[in-house]
Ligand binder design. Structure first.
Ligand SMILES: [Zn+2]
Length: 138
């Protein structure tokens, strides 16, 4: 990659991020809409499974956290998300979209975040920065 990230971001300030897989699985199991987001999850004992709880957040209209999401006073639903279901969500995504599940076809994956810099990205290694799902031949 010879393109500097900053040049890339001028044209496209935020590359598309892959879906949050916990949300994808939990929404499907709970029959919730796209707006549903988890706000709490807990691993179950020593397993790779977890309990996810969430709801449709609302945005804070005032205060220090203005514009951020809150789940306070929202109706919460919860379900178990197993490791297998979590992994399957990624497989399903690639079959459906043909895009690499790590970078959502943007060729960049999230490398970190801080309050100063916001999201930081680096080229996706899983798809060799092609954005395509490695196993899918089109
Ligand atoms: Zn990728």
């Amino acid at each position: 990659m010879t393109t500097q990230p900053s040049e890339l971001f001028d044209a496209n300030p935020e590359p598309e991020l892959p879906p949050n897989w916990l949300n994808v699985v939990a929404r499907k199991k709970l029959g919730q809409p796209q707006e549903w987001r988890w706000c709490k999850f807990e691993m179950i004992g020593d397993t790779d499974d977890c309990v996810v709880e969430g709801g449709i957040p609302r945005l804070l209209l005032s205060g220090r956290r203005k514009g951020q999401a809150t789940w306070r006073d929202c109706e919460l639903t919860k379900c178990v998300v197993t490791k297998a279901e979590y992994d399957q969500a990624k497989v399903d995504y690639e079959v459906e979209t043909g895009k690499c599940h790590d970078c959502a076809g943007s060729r960049l994956r999230l490398d970190g975040w801080s309050a100063d810099t916001g999201n930081r990205f680096k080229p996706c290694l899983r798809c060799n920065a092609t954005g395509k799902a490695p196993e899918v031949t089109q």
